[in-house]
Each structure stands twice: as structure tokens, then as C-alpha cells.
Design a protein around this ligand. Structure first.
Ligand code: ADP
Ligand code: TRP
Length: 382
């Protein structure tokens, strides 16, 4: 790949956008970026500030955010600092990670002119809606959570925050009546939980709501839900990115390749961190069993991937050479963003101002929703 070129799917817009065409359904909309009825399509997602961002976060989530902001509609991306409290227990760390995500969002191409960037805790309605939804969330729904079960299996303490994590996530989404939520595959279940919770709320508080007809379009007797059922936006491009040890890449597993590590750290993560088997240089290698192949593939076009596959099958190239190729591809793709980040870091006041402005805009969207919710549940008068 050429020096300075972005990973293929970032530049080959045509191909990527083809996959996004379903975003603008139903086709009978009132114009680009609008749903029937003239309202704007709203896309929302969040990232936890719980550590350094890695290749999995980029290919599974942020790359999609950056592409999506150029599509019609309203785009909200936030830093889920309340969620991160479930794992980050030092105030200074959380503050630092939060500003790092803000920097990373901006460096990787999220543009405050095209989307609303904000910090979750700056819009206090998230926490309020979290409670209102929590009272009607069945324990059994949360007990089925993969993410919770997985964290327990890995020795995290079974506290309330971790257990109730999907309820806060549902609040994040439902508060804005988001239509689409771009997330990696691992978050899909959380989206289903958000839909279940929205349905419970609507059944409890909206007279005439029919769960089979959530928009209330099929019969005059049906009323639309107060909370909108969100759709996940998982593209095939957001398949799980393997870590250096072959498990899913994750901050909590210590197997990451970090987007903004120092050159030295990156070299270490790639050259010595990636685990390979002991196949000798000259022997053929199985690409489908190789995490190194899967990582390299992220940076390659389909024809380059095919070439690489043939090279693996043929033998004669050692894992060390492939690692070197990965390191070069990484730098070619991310060095421009790494430089931009270094520039942005010189003026953290400007970054904070972007978050503040984003919070005001987000709050203005959320306010009418939380006011309707308060009235429906009986906290305020109608
Ligand atoms: P981590 O597992 O490192 O804590 P997060 O849970 O904060 O990562 O994930 C942030 C976003 O990045 C989510 O949308 C998630 O789906 C995506 N993501 C994280 N790890 C991967 C991965 N290995 N492959 C694909 N997407 C990922
Ligand atoms: N749970 C998500 C993750 O770990 C982060 C998140 C929190 C989120 N709230 C959200 C994602 C709302 C999408 C929508 O990646």
C-alpha cells in the first residue's frame, strides 16, 4: 500500500457506501436523510473511555462513524464515561481517558461540523432515564447478557454497575430516539436489550401501543411508542478483529495494537506481541488459522488479500516478514491521524469547547423526550 494511504475501505467510498444504502429505508422517504413524515434519520453511538483505542475499536466502530457522518441525517457520537466507571476506578485515569477519546475522535476524522460530539455525563438525562428504565427491566433479561457473563468469567466483580450496564446503554439510545446505532458485533445483544426495554416501557405507559406495530401504522387503534425501537447497524466490515493472541482484541485482555501508542510500543505490540505458531519460514502456512493474516487483511484490498493468501499457502516467507509488512501498513494508514492528534493535543481548551457545544446540542434533542417520559411515568404533570 502507498505511503500515507488510508485503509482501503476508507478511501473507496463508493464501495463502502453501497453497503450503507439500506440506511435510507424506507425508500418512500421525504428526501435524503429524512424518514416519511419529514423527520431526520438519527444515528448515535458511544465509545467507553476505558483505555487506549486499538485497531478493533477503529475497524469495528470508529471507521464506520467517520464514514457515516458524510451521509444525510443527524449524527451523535459520545464518550460513555458513565459506562467506563464500571471498570475504571481512578478519577484521574477516567478524566485522562475521556479527553483521549475526544482527541482520538477528532484525529481520526470525526468533524464537529458534521456530527454532535459530547460526553455522556454532560447530559444528565442519561442517568435519569437509566433509573426509569431500570425499574421495568427484568433481571432475567440482564442475566442473559453475554458481556456480563463474559466479564464474570474473567474475574471481574459481580457488581450492580456491570450487571445493569445494558440499561444505561438503552437509556443512551432511547433518550435520542435514535434510528440506527453503529456498533461492533459484540454489542448487538445490547441493542436487542435496548429494543426489549423500549417495548416494555411503551407497553407500560402508552395506551394503545401494540408491540407488533411499534410505529402505530397498521391500525388506527394503535398508538406509536413513546420510545423508538433502534436498529443496529453492523456491517460485514465490522467483524471481530483478533488480538495479538488470537482472542478478540480488547483493552481488557491486554492483546491490543493501539492506534496512538508510541512508535516503540507499536513495534513491540506487532513484532513481539503477535503470537504465531512454529511453522518454519519455508513451509506453507494456513491463512485461515493465522491472526497475523487477519490483521494484515484489514489494510488490504481484496486483490492484495488474495495475493497474501497465496503467499501464505506457498510458504517461503517467515512470520517476521509479514509482521514487518503489518507494521508498515499500520504506519502508512495511521500516521496522518497520529500527527493530527499531536497537533490537537496542544490546545485541549479547544477540544473541551467542542465537547461543551456538543453537549448543548445533544441536550436540546433529548429534552423533549425526557419531558414526555417524565410526564408519562407521573414525575411531572401532563
Ligand atoms: P474493548 O473490548 O477494548 O473494551 P469496547 O468494548 O470499548 O472495546 O468497544 C468499543 C467499540 O469498538 C464497540 O463498538 C466494539 O464493538 C468495537 N470493538 C471493540 N473491540 C473490537 C474488536 N476486537 N473487533 C471489532 N470491533 C471491536
Ligand atoms: N457499550 C458500548 C461499548 O462498549 C459503548 C456504549 C455505551 C454505546 N452506550 C452506547 C454504544 C450507546 C452505542 C450506543 O462499546
Amino acid at each position: 500500500m502507498k505511503n500515507g494511504a488510508l485503509p482501503p475501505r476508507l478511501t473507496e467510498e463508493g464501495r463502502f457506501f453501497e453497503n450503507l444504502s439500506f440506511l435510507f429505508q424506507p425508500p418512500a422517504s421525504d428526501g435524503p436523510g429524512t424518514r416519511t413524515g419529514g423527520t431526520t434519520m438519527r444515528i448515535l453511538s458511544g465509545i467507553q473511555p476505558s483505555g487506549a483505542l486499538h485497531l478493533g475499536n477503529y475497524f469495528g466502530a470508529i471507521r464506520q462513524f467517520v464514514e457515516l457522518q458524510n451521509t444525510p441525517g443527524e449524527h451523535l457520537y459520545f464518550i460513555a464515561n458513565l459506562h467506563a466507571l464500571t471498570t475504571v476506578r481512578k478519577g484521574d485515569d477516567l478524566r485522562r481517558y475521556t479527553m483521549e477519546v475526544a482527541l482520538n475522535f477528532l484525529a481520526l476524522g470525526l468533524d464537529p461540523k458534521k456530527c454532535i460530539l459530547f460526553r455522556q455525563s454532560d447530559v444528565p438525562y442519561h442517568a435519569e432515564l437509566n433509573w426509569i428504565l431500570g425499574v421495568l427491566t427484568p433481571m432475567a433479561l440482564l442475566e442473559r447478557g453475554h458481556s456480563y457473563k463474559d466479564k464474570l468469567a474473567r474475574g471481574f466483580s459481580a457488581d450492580f454497575g456491570l450487571f445493569a450496564y445494558p440499561v444505561l446503554m438503552a437509556a443512551d439510545i432511547l433518550l435520542y430516539r435514535a434510528d440506527q446505532v453503529p456498533v461492533g458485533k459484540d454489542q448487538k445483544q445490547h441493542l436487542e436489550i435496548a429494543r426489549d426495554i423500549a417495548t416494555k416501557f411503551n407497553l407500560a405507559y402508552v395506551e394503545g401501543y401494540d408491540a407488533q406495530d411499534p410505529e402505530g401504522k397498521e391500525s388506527r387503534k394503535h398508538r406509536p411508542g413513546l420510545l423508538k425501537l433502534p436498529e443496529p447497524l453492523t456491517l460485514d466490515a465490522s467483524a471481530v478483529v483478533p488480538g495479538t493472541d488470537g482472542q478478540k482484541m480488547s483493552k481488557s485482555y491486554g492483546n491490543t495494537i493501539d492506534l496512538f501508542g508510541t512508535d516503540k510500543e507499536l513495534k513491540k505490540q506487532i513484532m513481539s506481541g503477535i503470537v504465531t505458531d512454529s511453522t518454519p519460514v519455508e513451509a506453507p502456512k494456513d491463512p485461515d488459522k493465522s491472526n497475523l493474516f487477519m490483521l494484515l487483511k484489514l489494510f488490504l484490498t481484496p486483490s492484495e488479500t488474495e495475493e497474501l493468501r497465496q503467499s501464505f499457502l506457498k510458504g517461503g516467507t517467515g512470520y517476521g516478514a509479514y509482521k514487518k509488512q503489518l507494521l508498515e501498513a499500520f504506519h502508512a494508514a495511521f500516521d496522518p491521524a497520529r500527527q493530527k492528534r499531536a497537533e490537537l493535543e496542544k490546545d485541549m481548551g479547544a477540544v473541551e469547547a467542542i465537547l461543551q457545544e456538543g453537549a448543548q446540542r445533544a441536550e436540546a434533542i433529548a429534552r423533549p423526550v425526557i419531558e414526555e417520559v417524565r410526564a408519562a411515568v407521573g414525575i411531572t404533570g401532563r
